[in-house]
Design a protein around this ligand. Sequence first.
Ligand code: CMC
Length: 391
Amino acid sequence: TGMFTYDPGFTSTASCESSLTYIDGEEGILLHRGYPIGQLAEHSSFMEVSYLMLNGELPNSQELDEFSRTITRHTMLHEQLATFYRGFRRDAHPMAIMCGVVGALSAFYHDSTDISDPHHRKVSSHRLIAKMPTIAAMAYKYSVGQPFLYPDNSLSYTANFLRMTFGVPAEPYEVHPAVERAMDRIFILHADHEQNASTSTVRLAGSSGANPFACIAAGIACLWGPAHGGANEAALNMLREIGTPDRIKHYIERAKDKNDPFRLMGFGHRVYKNYDPRATVMQKTVREVFEALKVTDPVFETALQLEEIALNDDYFHEKKLFPNVDFYSGIILSAMGFPTTMFTALFALARTVGWVAQWNEMISDPGQKIGRPRQLYTGPTERDYIPIEKR
Ligand code: CMC
């Protein structure tokens, strides 16, 4: 003991070098490969951001076309996997299905185990990004008892996902352009976030040389937790439970009470001690989607008022707790027709790009080592075994 730095939760440990994502938590800045998240969300597309994360630069139009075609080529799942889905209970959480199905992909792509070959790594990366919408949509279809829809590669990445989720074979499905745009933007906002818990999990799993499908399955498992990706589901459930603005005060008091485990879901962040720049875009997108679909949701008013009350409260002010990316995302997803249980699955779909980019960066790093933290031992000192009759 004493030889190691004790850093529970890794609040002051840099686990790697990375050129992918930069966060300044004090200022509320998030950059991917140098580009501000606000600009990417406004002007870019999820395919373009995926290319940027994997290749380091924004693509020209020929490169983007080629990349989109490459991804498109891998959107189908092995037909055998449909049988795999049918082994789950219908009420299985989509994240449980995602962990299982993504992990199972390694049983289909044996070339993925050769991670020393950059070509194989690239193909596995493309497969993961391409298949994730199909996997998530099938998890949804299975839960509602509708037939699986095959991908339609004439559509964009995001439109194809929406069709596989909400379309049925009986009638044509028209993707609402505003919904497609909002969905794509939500994917961009979730694409990467440096060394968060699930990304660190992917890196740690990958550091042993495990295949990429197994590593991403580990990331999905970690993302599921309510302190991480599961917060989008928890935040909307919380807002619905609060219901009307007159009940906000009560929940604020509960969040401040040290003896009450309740926290405001969608609030606070390990790194941001200022407004999460993703939440700003998300809040704006709620309005756009409501307008386009000509719907409203009283929960949005509750969320806006909750935010205002919290930001003017000493407790939240002193602890620098602001809305994070997940505070408003659920309201949009719900308006689009997604059940709350799908929210974290959508996060996983988008974060796959970050996970894959980080995994590739790690494997190509010549200084890469197996992740192996040490500990401060607090158990008994050495003692002799006592035979059972003497205990
Ligand atoms: N409501 C009430 N109090 C809070 C909250 C909250 N949402 N978040 C933090 N605090 C308090 C906490 O009680 C602690 O108080 P004290 O110093 O008196 O013990 C202080 O603020 C610091 O909190 P912490 O738990 O030590 O901070 P952390 O960096 O370990 O946790 C967090 C960060 C995101 C897990 C936490 O803020 C939280 O649980 N938030 C709610 C869940 C959530 O929205 N998660 C999504 C994060 S963004 C999407 C993603 O990256 O997945």
